[in-house]
Design a protein around this ligand. Structure first.
Ligand SMILES: Cc1ncc(COP(=O)(O)O)c(C=O)c1O
Ligand SMILES: [Zn+2]
Length: 412
């Protein structure tokens, strides 16, 4: 059974009674969940590894849920870890691995969080789950809520393209469009609405939901047969992935199931890189920035208010780094990933590949390092990121001559 041992403020050490609050009453920091895991043995680990259930729920004891009957799963987890030899050759890393989360049920990493988050909501008897988002989180919350029989409400700012929210709508979410800006008016209304209506919070301000991405650590250790990568690179916005992966690795270290943890690297778009800025300044605080437009739409977050500082601390503790990428570098990452490894990821997700290349070019990553790039969202989430000229799609006459002319090739 996944048992919560304590709920503690990581800033001032205050304890809260489990289930009563998500944030510290004093400083409003998101509380941190500590689970009772010290009784788990290596035999338990092997049993989890062998489990027929290949979802993240193989690792049930590491999640803050009391009853297995509360689980809401769509089969998330155990995503492929691909040894990408051709892509690795291109960027000069022999052991380049891709953790392909584009194949998760709703096409993004958010399913790791929301499977845990919505399971907790079901266990606690919530009727409505809410999220503010314009993309991946909305779709994921809506899907898990649908499977659980819980209503979902998605808040988006005015001007959000319908293509961004159509997936959430398909799963039956109520989409509320708000006349205001995402980081300000929408955020403010979202918070007040949670209190007013008693909805379940599916953002990173919910520490139960944040536990889900620890599954990256467990899966990687399983898939690498106990070996640990030298680097894991994660496309970063709110900071949940970096924070939770590090927490997962620390749990495995504390149990003695691994001997070391990887260095973690956060990849951000230059247009929204508050964590990189704080890392480079040597600061322990993440200052909010006004996020500019970027092709990496899903990680266009200027104010990682809940977990940014925790992610920053995790990067440092792991001996890792943070790197910002231009849109040109991100698009190049997306193209080489698709063409040399056969994985179509959205631009935000391809920042990890762009970062691997940049860190290798700078000599931060060595040629023989084992490097894992997390690929966090499917390319079909944002298909218009691939430029196709009109002439490319212009029809040709249905003749071999026209075909020869078009492809400019002789027979093989
Ligand atoms: C595709 C994609 N990658 C990465 C992230 C990063 O999120 P986090 O830093 O919270 O792990 C997000 C979500 O914001 C996302 O949608
Ligand atoms: Zn506090």
């Amino acid at each position: 059974m996944g048992l919560v041992k304590s709920l503690r403020c990581p800033k001032c050490g205050n304890e809260a009674v489990p289930r009563t609050a998500f944030q510290c009453a004093e400083c409003r920091s998101v509380l941190e969940i500590q689970l009772k895991i010290d009784h788990l043995t290596r035999g338990d680990f092997e049993a989890m590894r062998r489990s027929r259930d290949r979802s993240i729920w193989r690792w049930f004891d590491f999640f803050p849920l009391e009853k297995r009957s509360s689980i809401v799963s769509l089969g998330e987890g155990d995503t492929p870890l691909i040894h990408a030899r051709r892509l690795g050759e291109k960027i000069g890393v022999a052991n380049l691995y891709l953790k392909n989360d584009t194949v998760l049920p709703t096409g993004s990493l958010k399913d790791r969080s929301n499977s845990v988050g919505i399971s907790v909501a079901r266990e606690w008897g919530f009727k409505t789950a809410a999220v503010m988002s314009t993309g991946n989180a909305a779709a994921s919350v809506a899907a898990y809520a649908a499977a659980a029989g819980i209503e979902s409400i998605v808040m988006v700012p005015k001007g959000t393209a319908p293509s961004k929210i159509v997936q959430a709508r398909a799963y039956g979410a109520s989409v509320i469009v708000i006349d205001g800006d995402f980081d300000n008016e929408v955020a403010k209304l979202y918070k007040s609405a949670l209190t007013e209506f008693g909805w379940y919070d599916c953002l990173s301000s919910n520490p139960y939901r944040d536990e889900g991405k620890k599954s990256y650590a467990y899966e990687m250790v399983d898939q690498m047969d106990g070996r640990v990568p030298d680097w894991v690179i994660h496309p970063t916005a709110g900071g949940t992935g970096i924070y939770a992966m590090w927490k997962g690795y620390k749990e495995l270290l504390s149990l003695g199931w691994i001997e070391r943890a990887p260095k973690l690297a956060a990849a951000q778009s230059e247009a929204a890189a508050p964590i990189v800025a704080a890392f480079e300044k040597g600061s322990t605080k993440v200052e909010a920035v006004v996020a500019r437009e970027t092709i990496a739409e899903s990680i266009q977050v200027g104010n990682p208010v809940s977990l940014g500082w925790r992610a920053l601390a995790s990067l440092r503790e792991s001996g890792g780094t943070a790197v910002a990428l231009s849109d040109r570098e991100i698009l190049e990452g997306q193209v080489i990933l698709a063409r040399l490894a056969g994985v179509f990821a959205e631009p935000a997700a391809a920042t990890s590949v762009a970062a691997a290349k940049k860190l290798r070019d700078r000599g931060v990553i060595d040629r023989d390092d084992i490097v894992v790039c997390n690929l966090t969202g499917h390319g079909l989430k944002q298909p218009d990121s691939i430029q196709v000229s009109e002439t490319e799609f212009a029809p040709i006459a249905p003749t071999l001559n026209a075909l020869r002319e078009k492809i400019g090739r002789s027979p093989e």
